[in-house]
Write a protein that binds this ligand. Structure first.
Ligand SMILES: Nc1ncnc2c1ncn2[C@@H]1O[C@H](COP(=O)(O)OP(=O)(O)OP(=O)(O)O)[C@@H](O)[C@H]1O
Ligand SMILES: [Mg+2]
Length: 510
């Protein structure tokens, strides 16, 4: 192979789904030794293109060459045999099994029995070589999301993959884990492998990639060298117009207390303490941001407030009504909205149409229900309005939501939860996986809810985002609130210290 032959060459790739042209004559070349980023708005066709390269989908038109040879990829197995592996956004690991068992899953056993000790040694070697820290004997359910991702990468290395595709790998990682992942990806590239990296975060793309291909509406807009471009130019290419990162935060006088939690104590799924004596209050017209590294009790807090998890101690008061350990249904009756972390698991019903998913909460009430019957016409109009207002990209209202792109799933949940006109909104990572334009509009939607008098509990790992929309920021560490600070006067360094476990800074809420 001459040095100019690209490791991957996709030519004229076209892929149609009913009502959608997902990829339109796409050309992509990726060189060995390169981290190549794929950028584009939600629904631009990034995942589809990579599903084709990894043998999951077949292109309708076009050719793929690997190391200069024409490749006919009929299945992920064929792709793996050619050294192509993809780590999807939703991991596909078997929870009760160990790391090592997951790594060898699906591989033919060499000989009659497996030499686990040898396999574990080999995994440990890869771990060291690429900085992928994980115990080969740990069970998957014991691992954090970041560690599970390392297992997925180890699985690929074990199979000899030298073209690694990662679909939005950083969306679920903490800032420290992102740094560690980048060290791993850089090492892989330095060894002559190719990494294809999908992300919506322009800062990350600028930091890790050598080249960037931008997609818009299924087509390639451009491929550029990272050191020859800027974030502003990338944003413009993605969206097709100038993008202003601007947020209008009007002054709002906080009203009555809407949510008050006192001395909450709760356990996580593993039976370990997740919340330790958590107390705070949020008023009408106020956004309380919760900062902290994921896994420090934020998710459990949202679940206790929305009735999805029991609290062992303490109480949840919504508009002076004691809702401690009441059902999610009861909580919804108090006009509580919830944008959950797990979109397809908890937020949406994957097989139902977009229109049915957006009415999940309001179908019992007029104007959508007339007596015992649903008014189909009213539903169609209601759904059409939301699809338009939230720019949900879908071939039709009847499309099952599981066929939408990642970002459009998120918009569907937001459309439903915000349109319910909530008194209290609990939003967990509401902008995760959204493109820049959508991130900006979600932040503005939250601010609008605030102006209309909603109380908002906003959980996010993005400090810049928290600082720009929140009124106050509470920092969580190991299930405890380390302090609550005013967003206007917040000191990023101080918040960072609290995120790492330093207590007593900032003003504690009563
Ligand atoms: N299996 C499928 N059936 C029907 N339509 C699909 C399917 N997979 C993807 N699509 C559609 O193809 C288009 C491109 O989707 P894709 O998932 O590739 O976008 P993406 O660039 O990865 O977006 P995101 O940033 O939101 O993840 C979307 O309109 C999506 O709804
Ligand atoms: Mg995608």
């Amino acid at each position: 192979m001459s040095t100019d032959t690209p490791l991957v060459r996709m030519r004229g790739i076209t892929k149609r789904f009913p009502g959608v042209l997902a990829n339109d004559r796409v050309d992509l070349e990726v060189q060995a030794g390169q981290v190549h980023a794929l950028l584009g708005e939600n629904g631009a066709g990034k995942t589809t293109l990579m599903n084709i390269l990894s043998g999951l989908y077949r292109a309708d038109e076009g050719e793929i060459y690997i190391r200069g040879q024409r490749a006919d990829l009929q299945s992920p197995r064929d792709a793996i045999d050619l050294g192509i592996g993809m780590v999807h956004q939703h991991f596909m690991l078997v929870e009760p099994q160990s790391v090592a068992e997951n790594v060898i899953l699906g591989l033919k056993a060499p000989g009659f029995f497996l030499d686990m000790a040898r396999i574990e040694r080999k995994i440990a070697e890869f771990s060291r070589q690429y900085g992928l820290q994980v115990d080969p004997r740990a069970r998957i359910w014991q691992l954090s999301v970041g560690e599970q991702q390392r297992v997925e990468i180890l699985k690929m290395l074990y199979r000899g993959v030298d073209i690694l595709i990662m679909d939005e790998p950083t969306a679920v990682l903490t800032p420290l884990e992102v740094e560690e992942l980048f060290v791993t990806l850089r090492r892989m590239a330095d060894e002559g492998k190719a990494v294809i990296f999908i992300s919506h975060k322009l800062g990350e793309v600028m930091a890790i990639s050598d080249q960037i291909t931008v997609l818009r509406g299924g087509r390639v807009v451009a491929t550029v060298d990272t050191d020859q471009t800027t974030k502003e130019e990338l944003a413009r290419m993605m969206v097709g117009r100038e993008v202003l990162f601007r947020m209008e935060k009007a002054p709002v006088e906080p009203g009555e207390v809407v949510l008050e939690v006192r001395n909450l104590r709760s356990l996580n799924d593993k039976g370990l303490p997740a919340l330790r004596d958590v107390s705070f209050a949020i008023r009408q017209g106020e956004i309380l941001g919760i900062a902290g590294v994921a896994g420090n009790g934020q998710r459990e807090l949202a679940e206790v407030v929305t009735g999805l998890r029991k609290t062992a101690d303490g109480c949840v008061l919504i508009a002076d009504c004691d809702l401690t350990n009441r059902s999610p249904h009861r909580v919804i009756r108090e006009q509580v909205s919830h944008v959950p972390e797990d979109r397809l698991g908890m937020g949406l019903i994957p097989n139902l149409a977009v229109s049915d998913n957006v009415i999940l909460k309001s179908y019992r009430d007029p104007p959508l229900a007339r007596g015992l019957f649903l008014d189909r016409l009213a539903i169609t109009r209601f759904a059409a309005r939301l699809i338009e207002a939230f720019s949900i990209l879908t071939p039709s209202q009847e499309t099952p939501v599981k066929l939408l792109s990642g970002g459009n799933l998120q918009r569907t949940i937001l459309a439903r939860e915000i349109s319910a006109g909530p008194r209290l909104m609990v939003a967990v990572h509401p902008t995760r996986g959204l493109d820049i334009g959508a991130t900006e509009s979600v932040c503005n939607l939250l601010l609008k809810q605030r102006e209309e008098g909603a109380a908002i509990l906003l959980i996010s790992e993005d400090l810049d985002e928290l600082l720009s929309v929140s009124d106050r920021i509470a920092v969580m560490y190991e299930g405890e609130i380390m302090g609550i600070v005013d967003a206007e006067e917040a000191d990023i360094e101080e918040i960072g210290l609290m995120m790492a476990g330093t207590k007593g800074l900032g003003t504690r809420d009563k």
